[in-house]
Write a protein that binds this ligand. Sequence first.
Ligand code: CO
Length: 567
Amino acid sequence: MKEITKKKIRITDTTLRDAHQSLWATRMRTDDILKIASEIDDAGFYSLECWGGATFDVCMRFLRENPWERLRQIKKACPKTPLQMLLRGQNILGYKHYPDDIVERFVALACENGMDIFRVFDALNDPRNLEVAIASVKKYGGHAQGTICYTTSPVHTVENYIKLAKEQEAMGIDSLAIKDMAGILTPGAARELVTALVKALPEMPIQIHSHMTSGMASAMYMAGAEAGAGCVDCAISTMSSFSSQPPTESIVSILESEGFDTGLDQVKLAKINNYFKELKKKRQPASSSKVEAVDAGVLVHAIPGGMISNLRSQLAQQDALDRLDEVLAELPNARADLGYPPLVTPTSQIVGVQSVLNVLSGNRYSMVTDETKKYAAGYYGRTPAPIDPKLRKKLCGGLKAIDCRPADLLKPGLAAAADELPPNTIQAEEDILSYALFPEVALGYFKWRNTDPAKREPIPADVEEASQATVAAAPVAGAAKASASAEAKVDGTPVLAPLNGTFYRSDAPGKPNMASDGATVKAGDAVCVVEAMKLFNPIKAPAGGKITFVAEHGKAVTKGQVVAVIA
Ligand code: CO
C-alpha cells in the first residue's frame, strides 16, 4: 500500500489581537478572553496572537486595564500554546522611536510575563530599526520572527524582499513573516515570493499574515501553502473577514481538501466560534455594521483595513466625512511623494493624516504634521525610495535631515522615565515601561487605578457602549458648540485651532510649555499643539506680540476655536 504523508501546515489564531483590532476597535476585554481561553489553548493552534499592536494603548486608555496583567492572565489560562505578539521594532508599540534601553527592557519584561513569539517589523522595512528588538528577543529567550512588510511599488521587488529577508536571517531570526497588512498580496505574487524565499533561505520557516479586505486572502494562503509557507494567520469565523483575517474554519477545510494537515478540529473550532458569536452582540461597535464585506477598492488604493475606518473617523472629527473619496484619491499620490512607504503603523497614520490635511487645507503640504516633518528628515528610518529633494526640503521645514539609525540619536530613557513619575504612582517595574511608551495615557490609567473604586470615573469603553444607542443626536450639538466658540470676541489676533483635537501647550508630555503665558512671541513661532488623529500639529503664531492662552492644556478643542490671543 502506498504510504500517504500529509503535508503539515500550522495556523496562528489572531482572534485575541488583530481580529478585534480590525473589527471591534480593539475593545475586547481581558474577561472576554479568559472565559474562552482554555478552549482556544486546547484547539491546536501554532500560536495565539494576543498582545501588542494597539491592544496595549487601548487597555489603559479605554478599558482601564493593565496590559501586563492581561498578558499574565492569558499565559496562565493558555499554558500549552505559544503566545505571540506584534512588536513595531524600535517603535515598540508606539508611533516614535524609543531609546535602545527601553526596547530591551520592554522585551525582557514581555518574556518574563509570558510572551513567546515576537513578530518584529518595521514600517519602512529598514533593518536598522529591527536590530535591537531582534537581539533583545534572542537574549531573553523568545522566538524572534522577522517580518517583510508587503507592499507594491516600483522599488518593492522580489529581489529586494529576498535581500531584506537575508539581512534579518543574519540577525538571527527564528522564522519570517510576510505581513500583508492591506490584503493586497495576490495568489500569484505570494507563490512567486514564497518560492523565492524558500529557495534563498531553505531553513527559514515562512508564515503569512493577511487581511480579507479585498477578498483575496483565502486563495492567497492556498498558493502560499503550496509554495512552502509553514503557517498562516486566521481568526475564528465570527471574528474573521472584512478587514480581519480569513476564517480559520474555512481555511482548515480548504487546506485539508488539498492534502494538508492543520492539526485543528472543526468541532472544537465551532465551540470557540459560538462564544464569539454571543460576545459580538455586546462588543461590536455600531459603526462596523456599515462596513462592506469585501472592499474591492483596496485593489486600487492599497489602503490597509483599519486605516480606512481611521480615515473615516478622522474626517468625522473634522466634520468632513463627505471628503473621504478625495482623501482616498490623494493617498497614493502622497505615498509616492513620501517614497512609497508600506502603509502600516506608524507610516499609515503619517501618510493618512497628511493626505487628510492635503485635502482639507486645499493646498498640498501647506499644513505638515510634526510626524511628516520627522519622517521626511529620516527620523523614522530610510524611505524605500528617496523623496524628491525639493519636496523633502519643504517638508523638513528647517529640521536637520539625518542618515544614521534614528535611535542612535536617542539617550537612554528608562531611568529618566522612572524619575519623571510622580511618587506613589506605580505598582511594578512594568508600569515604568507603560509610562515610557504612552506617558499621558499611562498617567491617566494610574490615576484611575489609584482612585477609590467608589469614586472612579466610569470606564471610557463602558461610556462608549452605553452611548451607542443614542449616537444620533451628538454631531449636531458638537457643530453648534464649534461655531459658538469660533465667534467668541477677542482683543488682538486670535490663534485658532486648525482642527478638532486635544490642545497642548507643550510639544511632548512632560516637556516645558512652547510659549509661556504672557511671553512675547514672533509671527511664525510654534506656540502650542493640537493633537488630532493621534498626531501632533504645531500651531504657529499668526502675528507677533504678547500671547495669552485661552484654551486649557490637555482639553478638547474644536476647529476654529480660539486657543490663544496675541496682542
Ligand atoms: Co494585521
